[in-house]
Ligand binder design. Sequence first.
Ligand SMILES: NC(=O)c1ccc[n+]([C@@H]2O[C@H](COP(=O)([O-])OP(=O)(O)OC[C@H]3O[C@@H](n4cnc5c(N)ncnc54)[C@H](O)[C@@H]3O)[C@@H](O)[C@H]2O)c1
Length: 340
Amino acid sequence: MPAADLEALAHPSGPVLVVGGAGYIGSHTVRMLEGRGIPVVVFDNLSTGHREAVTAPFVEGDLRDREAIRGVLREHAPRAVMHFAAKCYVGESVHQPAVYYRENVLNTWNLLEEMRAAECSEIVFSSSCATYGLPVKLPITEDHPQDPISPYGRTKLHMEHMMQDYSRAYGLGFSALRYFNAAGAAGDGRLGEDHDPETHLIPLALQVALGRREEIAIFGDDYDTPDGTCIRDYIHIEDLADAHLRALALIQRGERQVICNLGTGEGFSVQQVLEVARRVTGHAIPASAGPRREGDPARLVSGGACARNRLGWSPGRTDLEDIVGDAWGFHKSHPQGYGS
Ligand SMILES: NC(=O)c1ccc[n+]([C@@H]2O[C@H](COP(=O)([O-])OP(=O)(O)OC[C@H]3O[C@@H](n4cnc5c(N)ncnc54)[C@H](O)[C@@H]3O)[C@@H](O)[C@H]2O)c1
């Protein structure tokens, strides 16, 4: 990032309010902001996040509670918001759409309305490659049709649309970052991925290596891919965090809409990930293939030039061994997660 932009971010005009900053992606971003001298306040209800993951000033609160949002905006007068809070289980969203519309859409509306009242008009938020649905072409660029196939993906698309409309009508400056698969951990092993239930492949494989699970279930090995298993694009969590700072800097310079995919552009199959996890951990990590999971496309790989051209960003940590190695560092030092 150019020095001038970093300087602008560090300028003492109020902290960045990080909503969901105790979660996996939020906590790494908080740490990076703090590391660059940018003041931060975290707002999180700890429903899936971890208090231990946050060293920044912390306010425990829920986005369902407008008073609580109003209070934190009034007390800290943030110059901008980063919004990571959401319910994120695709399968659960199919069975409990009401929860997802409330937690993702309604809560985001609560946040935007309180920001509007407080004249806080800049936000960077977590969108998802799930907004695209089944790919009609690969790699998936930002202009790919958005036709999500799960309630989770649809709530993320509604969040994007809400921001676009607020931007047009009220001048909101926003960045929607459509992540592919966030993976890895902080290089020093202090922060990492600890979800309960865990659904992501890399932490699941590492839990097998730690003896917390017996084996990995592979959802389908008859896809049209070289080894028959699904291919995904894994992006290192610290690269992801870095992109958020760049998006924020761009918005603070006056851009009103920054919508970018965040991935590496490279895909790895489930089998390839497991092979790397076996090499990194020295553990056999048994796996057995079962039926396909509904709605899982064979390949999801990021494309598009937005991150490179607009954010000046490119992923620095694309070696899968590096990504899994960092995740393993966190898992070894936190074998039962943050409570260890
Ligand atoms: N992990 C991925 O690979 C991935 C991929 C695409 C998009 N995303 C999106 O990125 C964001 C962060 O994902 P994550 O993996 O860090 O999830 P996470 O569950 O680890 O973090 C979410 C954080 O938000 C907090 N939170 C949830 N509901 C809240 C509420 N009502 N009020 C206040 N705080 C609340 C949780 O306690 C948690 O700390 C999510 O919006 C998710 O949809 C994640």
